[in-house]
Design a protein around this ligand. Structure first.
Ligand SMILES: NC(=O)C1=CN([C@@H]2O[C@H](COP(=O)(O)OP(=O)(O)OC[C@H]3O[C@@H](n4cnc5c(N)ncnc54)[C@H](OP(=O)(O)O)[C@@H]3O)[C@@H](O)[C@H]2O)C=CC1
Ligand SMILES: O=C(O)[C@@H]1CCC=N1
Length: 282
């Protein structure tokens, strides 16, 4: 299904790179099927070319008729300009994927018309190693065939979850942004480990393995995190002491608020794009 499909990334930043890396590593897509463009940074295009073997082209060098799948991967604030340049060249049979947080499929459908087939995608940077949790929500005109195409492409970067578009904001809050919360958590664990004399490399690997193990327990044992946590917690033991600190310092509340704020931000971006007042989102 993916053979010979030409994929164009519009945007060459961290998310595009993570997806490119995952696609190429999967060996289901050849680097030469992937074209990447950006706004001005030609050095970045050369970097991606030499790292992954993909084709970097400036916007003037692009031939859009040969593209099967467009992947919009710029910041939400930049989408209006990007789509303005491209809209007259995109055809009805070309599939649009957008990884932009907060930008609904209807935004692309309204501008491109043509009953354009759009799929909103929320990957995360673990795409880099084929371990993304990726949500997809098809737009109004997207056929089953194109949904299957999007699925088979995105399966190269991890697991796919098909969700209703109104759940995309909370998905972004837990899984799009989620890796950053875990990295934040790891930063603090590492600081404490170093204070107590562990070597940095050792500490980092110990913490990473602990998170991988806990995540795999949830995936493979099919038990709730609550039960698994209780299994670690001996009465009056070390874990009980640690968890009591999380409670005293409102760790649970902080985590809930992180998801709530990120979800809210995704919703705000949607409202701003709807009102076309998306001036500066950085
Ligand atoms: N980073 C993440 O973890 C995730 C990000 N996303 C989404 O991915 C998108 C990109 O994020 P990220 O990769 O972090 O952003 P970056 O800032 O790293 O990259 C943005 C890219 O967009 C390019 N760009 C800007 N305007 C245009 C334009 N008009 N035409 C073509 N290219 C353009 C920039 O090019 P130049 O450098 O030349 O200006 C740059 O290559 C965002 O919408 C975000 O919501 C989704 C899931 C996770
Ligand atoms: O921070 C952001 O807006 C993007 C979307 C999800 C992860 N990064």
């Amino acid at each position: 299904m993916l053979a010979d499909k030409k994929i164009l990334f519009i945007g060459a930043g961290s998310m595009a790179e993570a997806m490119i890396s995952g696609f190429v590593q999967s060996e289901k897509i050849s680097p030469k099927q992937i074209i990447v463009t950006n706004r001005t940074n030609e050095k970045r295009l050369s970097e991606l070319e030499s790292k992954y073997g993909v084709i970097g082209l400036t916007q003037n060098q692009l031939s859009l008729t040969e593209i099967d799948i467009f992947i919009f991967a710029m910041k939400p604030k930049d989408v209006a300009k990007a789509i303005e340049t491209l809209k007259h060249h995109i055809q009805a049979n070309q599939l649009i994927l957008s990884v932009l947080a907060g930008i609904p499929t209807s935004y692309f459908e309204q501008i491109l018309q043509n009953d354009q087939q759009v799929v909103r995608v929320m990957p995360n940077t673990s795409s880099m190693i084929g371990e993304s949790a990726t949500a997809i929500s098809p737009g109004l005109h997207t056929t089953d065939e194109k949904i299957q195409l999007a699925k088979s492409l995105l399966e190269c970067i991890g697991r796919i979850f098909i969700i209703d578009e109104q759940k995309m904001d909370v998905f972004t809050g837990i899984a799009g942004s989620g890796p950053a919360y875990f990295y934040y958590f790891m930063e603090y664990m590492e600081k404490e480990a170093l204070k107590a004399g562990l070597e940095v490399e050792n500490a980092r690997q110990i913490i990473a393995q602990t998170i991988v193990g806990a995540a795999k327990m949830v995936q493979e044992q099919e038990e709730s995190p609550t039960l698994l946590r209780e299994n670690v917690t001996s009465p009056n033991g070390t874990t009980a002491a640690g968890i009591s600190a999380l409670e005293v310092y409102q760790g649970g509340l902080a985590i809930s608020k992180a998801v709530e704020y990120a979800t809210k931000r995704s919703k705000e971006i949607s409202v701003q794009i709807k009102d076309s007042i998306l001036v500066s989102i950085d």
